[in-house]
Design a protein around this ligand. Structure first.
Ligand SMILES: O=C(O)CCC(=O)C(=O)O
Ligand SMILES: [Fe+2]
Length: 275
């Protein structure tokens, strides 16, 4: 079914007899062509997606977090990059409106299936601080070689919402279209321009959706740059988190003791992977 804007509905039904084969229709806020473009290119740009009202509230909420966390243990000030603020959904209810935001959620569901989880972070490169940037990277460096027959490919849909104007001084975002489908490409750590890169500048309120393994970088900031703040969010298949949340509750202290051992293999077996 396609409406006049070209948006369409997918009538997902889950193969779950125990729960009556639940239907999970998704009204996709994109055309089929746009979704196909994302599958091929690994990104989709939505200019002006976030209203001025929401932007103002997001900025206020983030400013409060910035003030509250300054100098706290764990506060992430990354040399040559900027400030990161994690777990925003537990820091301000203002961000909760993004959890069920159809313009991005529906596209994530069209791509990943109807059952996805959501999380949100922020990055700020400060005004007037030069050479702040993020070199070429992907978000899920977990693909083994050789590829096991049942390897669960790290498909995820990540999004960036720009809070400030991002021009040449603040450092455009560069992406390599289609690179999410090339698990052996390795550009890690470099700022070297790629021959196929697409260079993007932004206005406040613009949003870009990226496959979590699309190669991307920013151009480092210039000395007279403005603040470069953005919200980062991500959707991943919800069934990857296997917390049963059933049965007789425990205080979790036995596995906590194992985590406290700091053995990375144990921590991975108990907690999985965090991007
Ligand atoms: O700042 C940007 O435009 C992108 C940041 C980014 O890719 C990241 O933090 O993973
Ligand atoms: Fe990134």
């Amino acid at each position: 079914m396609t409406d006049q804007t070209g948006d369409y509905r997918i009538d997902f039904e889950l193969n779950d007899r125990n729960n009556g084969f639940p239907r999970r229709p998704v009204d996709v806020h994109a055309t089929r062509d746009e979704v196909e473009d994302f599958v091929r290119d690994g990104f989709l740009l939505r200019k002006g997606l976030i209203s001025q009202d929401w932007l103002a509230e997001f900025n206020d909420a983030l400013d409060e977090i910035v003030r509250a966390e300054a100098g706290k243990p764990g506060a992430e000030v990354l040399e040559g990059n900027g400030l990161y603020f994690r777990s925003l959904l537990n820091k301000s209810e203002t961000f909760h409106r993004m959890i069920q935001f159809p313009p991005t959620l529906s596209i994530a569901r069209a791509l990943l299936g109807p059952q996805v989880t959501f999380d949100m972070e922020a990055r700020i490169a400060l005004a007037g601080v030069p050479a702040a940037g993020v070199p070429w990277h992907i978000h899920m460096r977990v693909i083994p070689d050789p590829m096991p027959p049942f390897f669960c490919y790290p498909h995820s849909v990540h999004g960036l919402i720009y809070l400030d104007p991002v021009g040449e001084l603040e450092g455009p975002l560069c992406v390599v279209p289609g690179s999410h489908r090339n698990p052996r490409l390795d550009l890690d750590g470099s700022y070297e321009p790629h021959p196929d890169e697409v260079r993007l500048t932004f206005d406040p309120g613009d949003c870009i959706l990226l496959h979590g393994n699309l190669w991307h970088r920013t151009v480092p900031t210039a000395p007279n740059c403005g603040r470069r703040g953005l919200l980062l969010f991500g959707y991943a298949p919800s069934w990857l988190k296997n917390d049963l949340a059933r049965g007789v509750k425990t205080d979790g202290s036995l596995t906590e003791q194992l985590r406290a051992s700091g053995d990375p293999e144990l921590v991975e077996l108990l907690d999985g992977f965090h991007w």
